[in-house]
Design a binder for this molecule. Sequence first.
Ligand SMILES: NC(=O)c1ccc[n+]([C@@H]2O[C@H](COP(=O)([O-])OP(=O)(O)OC[C@H]3O[C@@H](n4cnc5c(N)ncnc54)[C@H](OP(=O)(O)O)[C@@H]3O)[C@@H](O)[C@H]2O)c1
Length: 430
Amino acid sequence: METEGKTDHAAIWKKMEEQVDAGRTKTIGLSNYTMAQIQTVLKSARIKPANLQVELHVYLQQPALVDFCKKNGITVVAYCPLGSPGYNNFLKSLGQEPKELPDILADPVVAKIAKKHSKTPAQISKDETETAAAINAALEAGYRHIDTAYRYENEKIIGKVLKEWFASGKLKREDVFITTKLPLHAVHPDRVEPFMKKSLKNLGLDYVDLYLIHFPIGFKYDEGTEKLKINEKGEIETEGKTDHAAIWKKMEEQVDAGRAKTIGLSNYTIAQIQTVLKSARIKPANLQVEIHVYFQQHPLVDFCHKNGITVVAYSPLGSPGYNKFLKNMGQEPKELPDILADPVVGKIAKKHSKTPAQVVLRFLIQRGLAPIPKSVTPKRLQENINVFDFVLDDGDFKELLKLDLGEKGRVCDFKLFKGIQNHPDFPVKG
Ligand SMILES: NC(=O)c1ccc[n+]([C@@H]2O[C@H](COP(=O)([O-])OP(=O)(O)OC[C@H]3O[C@@H](n4cnc5c(N)ncnc54)[C@H](OP(=O)(O)O)[C@@H]3O)[C@@H](O)[C@H]2O)c1
């Protein structure tokens, strides 16, 4: 093949820009460019590339390239998202020999996840690419605490990204704090150890820094598919009254065995924590519950702090994406509080030249809590960690305290699990 020699990226890009000026195309972009080549284009560009189109699928996730594009405001189109199973036909049409192709759609991990969700392997791979890019962007931005759960089905991809960071020498295991959780269908003394081991295997780790019981109620499940059992009334089948002492004993054994550095609880009430404390040899190190300016949970936080239990605030922004989650679960959307549009939050944000998200996160930090905001957007990941260079004064703090709506402010009420409201351990009142 004869080429035109070394490519003059700047000159070609100038001509691309002229196509926008002339109105022949709305945007211009690149395909199959490396990071260095994109940087060369960016240096001389008057109109930045809007898009990069590259091969991207579960076997070729290109996290560094994706992250670079996101940071530079370049959207990424993933071509061959299924691994191009027809690629050999294309080679044949060019008179070329076929080559050995990766068979993503026959990958046992993809197939297992597909079966679990009653989806095809082709429908599964997108989420993993997004999660990998988000974890890479978060680690680049300086996040060191990753909150996952067996139930979130992202432990494997998180483990894979961590493995790459450890192998590159950019991070050591002890630099990160990994939390995962005993799923709802394993809240049973016999299931703590096997599910702890499953999570470690998924994550590719020898230990987690914190292992939490995700919820104070155990659900029945089908061992093959791990789907929750539903009775003829459409209600979730539970394991009955939870034996907190017996389950906690098994959690303590995970610390003894070195599988968890610390253990804790999630979505537990004061009464339930008291029950655990009564029999505990190793005290819960942490409670993870929903907390934000509209749902401040002062009595629960005070109780934990008095008992030396740290508190992690989940949904710290009020979970603006909660309806997407409900939709994925086949549920009706619900009306959500819009914390980030609250005028009081907005006023305080303006005063400190910060964003509403930064103000509500800072409020939680100044309350002695650890907020865990979630984002797949690199710009927001940066925004949400950039909260250590300002302090809310007493006036701001008092105004934010007044925004508490109590139970009415709760977003994550677990009522999507039909029938569990009547369970004696259901932790949501009201
Ligand atoms: N233990 C439990 O039972 C439990 C329950 C719920 C959640 N959690 C944990 O808590 C984490 C966070 O909770 P969450 O996702 O419910 O709520 P959240 O962190 O309050 O809200 C996340 C949503 O806010 C958006 N967002 C993030 N930063 C933003 C910003 N600066 N400005 C505007 N929007 C922003 C995100 O969108 P993009 O991603 O599109 O940027 C996403 O839709 C979860 O990831 C999970 O680890 C635990």
